[in-house]
Design a protein around this ligand. Structure first.
Ligand code: ADP
Ligand code: MG
Length: 370
Protein backbone atom coordinates (compact mmCIF):
# COMPACT_ATOMS: atom_id res chain seq x y z
CA UNK A 1 0.00 0.00 0.00
CA UNK A 2 1.27 3.40 -0.95
CA UNK A 3 0.85 5.99 1.77
CA UNK A 4 0.24 9.49 0.42
CA UNK A 5 1.93 12.31 2.30
CA UNK A 6 -1.45 13.59 3.53
CA UNK A 7 -2.04 10.25 5.22
CA UNK A 8 1.06 10.63 7.36
CA UNK A 9 1.67 10.03 10.20
CA UNK A 10 0.43 6.47 9.79
CA UNK A 11 0.87 3.30 11.80
CA UNK A 12 2.78 0.48 10.22
CA UNK A 13 3.04 -2.64 12.34
CA UNK A 14 4.75 -1.70 15.55
CA UNK A 15 6.01 1.52 13.97
CA UNK A 16 4.63 4.94 13.18
CA UNK A 17 5.67 6.51 9.91
CA UNK A 18 6.06 10.24 10.37
CA UNK A 19 7.46 11.66 7.20
CA UNK A 20 8.62 10.44 3.81
CA UNK A 21 12.33 11.03 3.27
CA UNK A 22 12.73 9.50 -0.15
CA UNK A 23 10.87 7.47 -2.73
CA UNK A 24 12.65 5.53 -5.42
CA UNK A 25 11.64 2.96 -8.00
CA UNK A 26 11.68 0.11 -5.53
CA UNK A 27 11.11 1.46 -2.07
CA UNK A 28 9.92 4.33 0.05
CA UNK A 29 11.97 5.62 2.96
CA UNK A 30 10.28 7.13 6.01
CA UNK A 31 11.32 8.86 9.15
CA UNK A 32 9.58 6.81 11.83
CA UNK A 33 9.66 5.54 15.38
CA UNK A 34 8.51 2.55 17.33
CA UNK A 35 5.04 3.06 18.80
CA UNK A 36 6.47 2.34 22.23
CA UNK A 37 9.45 4.70 21.78
CA UNK A 38 8.13 7.92 20.25
CA UNK A 39 11.30 9.87 20.96
CA UNK A 40 13.74 7.54 19.26
CA UNK A 41 13.72 8.32 15.55
CA UNK A 42 14.52 5.55 13.12
CA UNK A 43 14.07 4.97 9.42
CA UNK A 44 11.75 2.51 7.72
CA UNK A 45 12.48 1.44 4.17
CA UNK A 46 9.46 -0.22 2.67
CA UNK A 47 9.32 -2.06 -0.62
CA UNK A 48 6.72 -0.69 -3.02
CA UNK A 49 3.61 -2.86 -3.36
CA UNK A 50 4.11 -3.96 -6.95
CA UNK A 51 7.69 -4.91 -6.17
CA UNK A 52 6.60 -6.82 -3.06
CA UNK A 53 4.87 -9.20 -5.45
CA UNK A 54 8.04 -9.94 -7.39
CA UNK A 55 9.30 -13.12 -5.73
CA UNK A 56 12.87 -12.89 -6.94
CA UNK A 57 13.19 -9.30 -5.81
CA UNK A 58 11.75 -10.07 -2.40
CA UNK A 59 14.16 -12.99 -2.05
CA UNK A 60 17.05 -10.69 -2.90
CA UNK A 61 15.85 -7.95 -0.59
CA UNK A 62 15.37 -10.23 2.38
CA UNK A 63 18.60 -12.20 1.82
CA UNK A 64 20.54 -9.03 1.64
CA UNK A 65 18.79 -7.30 4.45
CA UNK A 66 19.59 -10.33 6.58
CA UNK A 67 23.24 -10.04 5.68
CA UNK A 68 23.21 -6.30 6.12
CA UNK A 69 21.71 -6.87 9.56
CA UNK A 70 25.12 -8.16 10.63
CA UNK A 71 26.85 -4.93 9.68
CA UNK A 72 28.06 -3.07 12.73
CA UNK A 73 30.48 -0.28 11.92
CA UNK A 74 30.49 3.49 12.49
CA UNK A 75 30.64 4.13 8.73
CA UNK A 76 27.78 1.84 7.77
CA UNK A 77 24.12 2.40 8.58
CA UNK A 78 22.87 -0.02 11.23
CA UNK A 79 19.94 -2.29 10.36
CA UNK A 80 17.62 -2.79 13.32
CA UNK A 81 14.77 -4.93 12.12
CA UNK A 82 13.43 -6.66 9.10
CA UNK A 83 10.00 -8.02 8.42
CA UNK A 84 6.66 -8.13 6.72
CA UNK A 85 3.64 -5.98 7.58
CA UNK A 86 0.39 -6.51 5.71
CA UNK A 87 2.21 -8.13 2.81
CA UNK A 88 4.83 -5.41 2.57
CA UNK A 89 8.49 -6.04 3.28
CA UNK A 90 10.38 -3.47 5.24
CA UNK A 91 13.64 -2.79 6.94
CA UNK A 92 14.10 -0.61 10.01
CA UNK A 93 17.41 1.13 10.40
CA UNK A 94 19.15 3.69 12.52
CA UNK A 95 18.21 7.25 11.64
CA UNK A 96 21.25 9.03 10.29
CA UNK A 97 21.01 12.72 11.04
CA UNK A 98 22.70 14.15 8.00
CA UNK A 99 22.48 14.67 4.26
CA UNK A 100 23.57 12.48 1.39
CA UNK A 101 26.40 13.63 -0.85
CA UNK A 102 24.06 14.39 -3.71
CA UNK A 103 22.09 16.82 -1.55
CA UNK A 104 25.33 18.32 -0.26
CA UNK A 105 26.57 18.83 -3.80
CA UNK A 106 23.34 20.42 -4.95
CA UNK A 107 23.07 22.60 -1.88
CA UNK A 108 26.65 23.81 -2.29
CA UNK A 109 25.97 24.57 -5.93
CA UNK A 110 22.81 26.48 -5.12
CA UNK A 111 24.62 28.60 -2.54
CA UNK A 112 27.66 28.94 -4.79
CA UNK A 113 29.84 27.46 -2.13
CA UNK A 114 32.44 24.79 -2.32
CA UNK A 115 32.97 21.66 -0.36
CA UNK A 116 36.60 21.93 0.69
CA UNK A 117 38.77 19.30 -0.91
CA UNK A 118 40.00 18.27 2.53
CA UNK A 119 36.43 17.51 3.57
CA UNK A 120 35.62 15.49 0.44
CA UNK A 121 38.75 13.43 0.91
CA UNK A 122 37.98 12.72 4.54
CA UNK A 123 34.39 11.76 3.75
CA UNK A 124 35.46 9.34 1.03
CA UNK A 125 38.26 7.94 3.19
CA UNK A 126 35.72 7.20 5.94
CA UNK A 127 33.18 5.70 3.55
CA UNK A 128 36.02 3.48 2.27
CA UNK A 129 36.50 2.16 5.82
CA UNK A 130 32.82 1.28 6.05
CA UNK A 131 32.98 -0.56 2.74
CA UNK A 132 36.22 -2.31 3.73
CA UNK A 133 34.46 -3.60 6.81
CA UNK A 134 31.42 -4.80 4.85
CA UNK A 135 33.60 -6.47 2.23
CA UNK A 136 35.38 -8.48 4.90
CA UNK A 137 32.29 -9.44 6.84
CA UNK A 138 32.12 -13.10 7.82
CA UNK A 139 29.12 -15.26 8.42
CA UNK A 140 28.77 -15.29 12.21
CA UNK A 141 27.88 -18.99 12.19
CA UNK A 142 30.45 -20.40 9.81
CA UNK A 143 33.16 -17.70 9.83
CA UNK A 144 33.11 -17.93 6.05
CA UNK A 145 33.56 -14.61 4.22
CA UNK A 146 30.15 -13.45 3.01
CA UNK A 147 31.44 -11.77 -0.11
CA UNK A 148 29.24 -8.74 0.43
CA UNK A 149 29.52 -6.17 -2.34
CA UNK A 150 27.45 -3.00 -2.23
CA UNK A 151 27.14 -2.62 -6.05
CA UNK A 152 25.41 0.75 -5.82
CA UNK A 153 27.94 3.06 -4.20
CA UNK A 154 26.77 6.51 -5.32
CA UNK A 155 26.42 10.03 -3.90
CA UNK A 156 22.88 9.29 -2.69
CA UNK A 157 24.08 6.30 -0.77
CA UNK A 158 26.68 8.06 1.35
CA UNK A 159 25.28 10.23 4.12
CA UNK A 160 27.41 12.78 5.94
CA UNK A 161 26.07 13.47 9.42
CA UNK A 162 25.87 16.80 11.17
CA UNK A 163 28.51 15.40 13.50
CA UNK A 164 30.87 14.91 10.55
CA UNK A 165 30.69 11.15 10.06
CA UNK A 166 30.22 9.41 6.73
CA UNK A 167 27.83 6.47 6.56
CA UNK A 168 27.18 4.12 3.69
CA UNK A 169 23.49 3.25 3.26
CA UNK A 170 21.41 1.10 0.99
CA UNK A 171 22.94 -2.31 0.82
CA UNK A 172 19.56 -3.14 -0.71
CA UNK A 173 20.97 -4.39 -3.97
CA UNK A 174 24.17 -5.77 -2.56
CA UNK A 175 24.70 -9.42 -3.24
CA UNK A 176 26.75 -12.08 -1.58
CA UNK A 177 29.21 -13.14 -4.24
CA UNK A 178 28.67 -16.79 -3.46
CA UNK A 179 24.97 -16.40 -4.04
CA UNK A 180 25.07 -14.33 -7.14
CA UNK A 181 22.72 -15.40 -9.81
CA UNK A 182 24.06 -13.44 -12.72
CA UNK A 183 21.94 -10.41 -13.32
CA UNK A 184 20.00 -11.02 -16.49
CA UNK A 185 20.72 -8.84 -19.50
CA UNK A 186 18.69 -5.66 -19.41
CA UNK A 187 18.45 -5.85 -15.66
CA UNK A 188 21.47 -3.75 -14.94
CA UNK A 189 21.11 -2.32 -11.51
CA UNK A 190 22.61 0.74 -9.99
CA UNK A 191 23.33 4.13 -11.36
CA UNK A 192 25.13 4.12 -14.64
CA UNK A 193 27.46 7.00 -13.97
CA UNK A 194 28.87 5.26 -10.86
CA UNK A 195 29.20 1.80 -12.34
CA UNK A 196 32.54 0.15 -12.84
CA UNK A 197 33.51 -0.95 -16.36
CA UNK A 198 33.02 -4.61 -15.39
CA UNK A 199 29.57 -3.81 -14.03
CA UNK A 200 28.64 -1.89 -17.17
CA UNK A 201 29.38 -4.89 -19.38
CA UNK A 202 27.73 -7.35 -16.98
CA UNK A 203 30.92 -9.21 -16.03
CA UNK A 204 31.24 -10.88 -12.65
CA UNK A 205 31.87 -8.40 -9.85
CA UNK A 206 33.76 -8.33 -6.64
CA UNK A 207 34.32 -5.71 -3.95
CA UNK A 208 36.64 -3.76 -6.23
CA UNK A 209 33.62 -2.47 -8.14
CA UNK A 210 32.79 -0.48 -4.98
CA UNK A 211 36.34 0.93 -4.91
CA UNK A 212 35.86 2.18 -8.45
CA UNK A 213 32.54 3.83 -7.59
CA UNK A 214 34.11 5.60 -4.63
CA UNK A 215 36.79 6.80 -7.01
CA UNK A 216 34.14 8.34 -9.26
CA UNK A 217 32.58 10.16 -6.31
CA UNK A 218 35.97 11.38 -5.16
CA UNK A 219 36.73 12.65 -8.64
CA UNK A 220 33.44 14.48 -8.89
CA UNK A 221 33.43 15.99 -5.42
CA UNK A 222 37.02 17.20 -5.65
CA UNK A 223 36.90 18.57 -9.19
CA UNK A 224 33.30 19.74 -9.30
CA UNK A 225 32.84 18.03 -12.64
CA UNK A 226 30.96 14.90 -13.62
CA UNK A 227 33.18 12.05 -14.77
CA UNK A 228 31.14 9.64 -16.90
CA UNK A 229 27.70 11.28 -16.93
CA UNK A 230 26.59 11.98 -20.50
CA UNK A 231 23.43 13.21 -22.17
CA UNK A 232 21.79 9.79 -22.19
CA UNK A 233 22.17 6.45 -20.46
CA UNK A 234 23.70 4.68 -23.42
CA UNK A 235 26.36 7.35 -23.83
CA UNK A 236 27.05 7.20 -20.10
CA UNK A 237 27.44 3.43 -20.21
CA UNK A 238 29.80 3.73 -23.15
CA UNK A 239 31.88 6.31 -21.29
CA UNK A 240 32.10 3.99 -18.28
CA UNK A 241 33.19 1.10 -20.48
CA UNK A 242 35.87 3.19 -22.17
CA UNK A 243 36.91 4.43 -18.75
CA UNK A 244 38.80 7.48 -19.92
CA UNK A 245 39.56 9.73 -16.99
CA UNK A 246 40.41 13.35 -17.89
CA UNK A 247 43.23 14.57 -15.65
CA UNK A 248 41.68 16.39 -12.68
CA UNK A 249 44.10 19.22 -13.38
CA UNK A 250 42.00 20.02 -16.42
CA UNK A 251 39.29 21.16 -14.01
CA UNK A 252 41.53 22.44 -11.24
CA UNK A 253 45.04 23.48 -12.31
CA UNK A 254 46.47 23.09 -8.81
CA UNK A 255 44.98 19.68 -8.20
CA UNK A 256 47.42 17.89 -5.89
CA UNK A 257 49.46 15.27 -7.82
CA UNK A 258 49.42 12.89 -4.85
CA UNK A 259 45.63 12.90 -4.80
CA UNK A 260 45.52 12.53 -8.56
CA UNK A 261 47.67 9.39 -8.29
CA UNK A 262 45.30 7.93 -5.68
CA UNK A 263 42.35 8.71 -7.91
CA UNK A 264 43.91 7.19 -11.02
CA UNK A 265 44.50 3.99 -9.09
CA UNK A 266 40.94 3.87 -7.77
CA UNK A 267 39.66 4.41 -11.31
CA UNK A 268 41.80 1.81 -13.09
CA UNK A 269 39.79 0.01 -15.73
CA UNK A 270 41.11 -3.38 -14.63
CA UNK A 271 40.19 -4.31 -11.05
CA UNK A 272 43.65 -5.82 -10.41
CA UNK A 273 45.23 -2.42 -10.99
CA UNK A 274 43.01 -0.70 -8.44
CA UNK A 275 43.40 -0.28 -4.73
CA UNK A 276 42.68 -3.82 -3.67
CA UNK A 277 40.57 -2.92 -0.68
CA UNK A 278 38.87 -0.02 0.99
CA UNK A 279 41.34 0.06 3.87
CA UNK A 280 44.26 0.67 1.50
CA UNK A 281 42.36 3.42 -0.30
CA UNK A 282 41.40 5.02 2.99
CA UNK A 283 44.96 4.91 4.31
CA UNK A 284 46.30 6.49 1.12
CA UNK A 285 43.75 9.30 1.39
CA UNK A 286 44.57 9.98 5.03
CA UNK A 287 48.30 9.95 4.18
CA UNK A 288 47.62 12.50 1.50
CA UNK A 289 45.74 14.72 3.94
CA UNK A 290 48.64 14.52 6.40
CA UNK A 291 51.33 15.10 3.77
CA UNK A 292 49.46 18.09 2.36
CA UNK A 293 48.69 19.37 5.85
CA UNK A 294 45.00 19.29 5.01
CA UNK A 295 43.88 16.91 7.70
CA UNK A 296 40.47 17.93 9.06
CA UNK A 297 38.72 16.40 12.03
CA UNK A 298 35.16 15.17 11.99
CA UNK A 299 34.10 18.20 14.04
CA UNK A 300 35.14 20.45 11.17
CA UNK A 301 33.18 18.39 8.68
CA UNK A 302 30.18 18.50 11.02
CA UNK A 303 30.50 22.27 11.41
CA UNK A 304 30.66 22.64 7.65
CA UNK A 305 27.48 20.57 7.29
CA UNK A 306 25.60 22.57 9.90
CA UNK A 307 26.67 25.77 8.26
CA UNK A 308 25.83 24.62 4.74
CA UNK A 309 22.33 23.56 5.73
CA UNK A 310 21.77 26.21 8.39
CA UNK A 311 18.89 27.96 6.66
CA UNK A 312 17.55 24.93 4.90
CA UNK A 313 13.94 24.08 5.51
CA UNK A 314 12.45 21.97 6.80
CA UNK A 315 14.77 21.21 9.70
CA UNK A 316 16.52 17.91 9.07
CA UNK A 317 15.20 16.21 12.16
CA UNK A 318 12.04 16.72 14.18
CA UNK A 319 13.64 15.49 17.37
CA UNK A 320 17.19 16.74 17.10
CA UNK A 321 17.98 20.38 17.79
CA UNK A 322 17.96 22.58 14.71
CA UNK A 323 21.42 22.82 13.23
CA UNK A 324 23.15 25.96 14.39
CA UNK A 325 25.20 28.22 12.21
CA UNK A 326 28.77 27.33 12.91
CA UNK A 327 31.28 30.05 12.34
CA UNK A 328 34.19 27.66 11.96
CA UNK A 329 32.50 25.83 9.14
CA UNK A 330 33.51 28.09 6.37
CA UNK A 331 37.21 28.70 6.76
CA UNK A 332 38.58 25.33 7.74
CA UNK A 333 40.63 23.35 5.29
CA UNK A 334 39.70 25.63 2.44
CA UNK A 335 43.19 26.41 1.24
CA UNK A 336 43.09 23.96 -1.56
CA UNK A 337 39.90 25.25 -3.07
CA UNK A 338 41.79 28.39 -3.94
CA UNK A 339 43.30 26.20 -6.63
CA UNK A 340 40.37 27.05 -8.83
CA UNK A 341 41.21 30.71 -8.86
CA UNK A 342 43.34 30.08 -11.91
CA UNK A 343 40.36 28.68 -13.70
CA UNK A 344 38.97 31.24 -16.06
CA UNK A 345 35.26 30.58 -16.04
CA UNK A 346 34.54 28.99 -12.71
CA UNK A 347 32.12 31.20 -10.80
CA UNK A 348 34.08 32.61 -7.85
CA UNK A 349 34.57 31.82 -5.06
CA UNK A 350 33.56 28.30 -5.79
CA UNK A 351 35.72 25.39 -6.70
CA UNK A 352 35.41 21.73 -6.08
CA UNK A 353 31.81 20.78 -5.69
CA UNK A 354 30.14 23.92 -6.74
CA UNK A 355 31.92 24.63 -9.97
CA UNK A 356 30.01 23.99 -13.11
CA UNK A 357 30.22 20.91 -15.22
CA UNK A 358 32.92 21.45 -17.77
CA UNK A 359 32.22 18.35 -19.79
CA UNK A 360 31.09 19.45 -23.24
CA UNK A 361 29.46 16.08 -23.78
CA UNK A 362 27.30 16.66 -20.76
CA UNK A 363 24.98 19.60 -21.19
CA UNK A 364 23.50 19.03 -17.77
CA UNK A 365 24.49 21.77 -15.35
CA UNK A 366 26.21 20.93 -12.13
CA UNK A 367 23.17 19.21 -10.65
CA UNK A 368 24.02 15.86 -9.21
CA UNK A 369 21.27 13.62 -10.48
CA UNK A 370 22.15 9.97 -10.80
N1 ADP B 1 19.01 5.49 7.74
C1 ADP B 1 18.81 6.65 7.10
N2 ADP B 1 18.82 7.82 7.78
C2 ADP B 1 18.60 8.98 7.11
N3 ADP B 1 18.37 9.09 5.80
C3 ADP B 1 18.36 7.96 5.07
C4 ADP B 1 18.57 6.68 5.68
N4 ADP B 1 18.48 5.75 4.73
C5 ADP B 1 18.24 6.40 3.59
N5 ADP B 1 18.16 7.72 3.77
C6 ADP B 1 17.88 8.73 2.73
O1 ADP B 1 16.94 8.19 1.83
C7 ADP B 1 17.51 8.03 0.53
C8 ADP B 1 17.03 6.73 -0.10
O2 ADP B 1 17.37 5.63 0.73
P1 ADP B 1 18.00 4.31 0.11
O3 ADP B 1 18.12 3.28 1.20
O4 ADP B 1 19.26 4.66 -0.58
O5 ADP B 1 16.85 3.86 -0.88
P2 ADP B 1 16.83 3.61 -2.46
O6 ADP B 1 16.90 2.12 -2.59
O7 ADP B 1 15.54 4.18 -2.89
O8 ADP B 1 18.02 4.29 -3.06
C9 ADP B 1 19.03 8.09 0.74
O9 ADP B 1 19.67 8.59 -0.41
C10 ADP B 1 19.15 9.02 1.92
O10 ADP B 1 19.11 10.37 1.48
MG1 MG C 1 19.92 4.66 -2.46
Amino acid sequence: MHTPDEALPADFGKYRLEKRIAAGGMAEVFLAHRLDAPHEPLVIKRILPHISQDKSFVQMFTDEARMAANLDHPNVVRILDLGLVEGTYFMAMEYVHGEDIRRIYNRAYKLQRSLPLSHSVRIIADAALGLAYAHKLQDPLTDEPMGLVHRDVSPQNIIVTYAGDAKVVDFGIAKAAHKVQQTRAGQLKGKYSYMSPEQAVGDPLDHRTDIFALGVILYETTTGTRLFKRHNELATLQAVMKCEVPPPRQALPNYPPQLEAILVRALAKRPERRWQNGAALSAALYDFLDDAELRVEREQVGAFMRDLFADDDPAPSPSAPAPSRASEGRGSGLEITAAARGRPRAPPPTAGMASRDHDPASPEPAGFAA
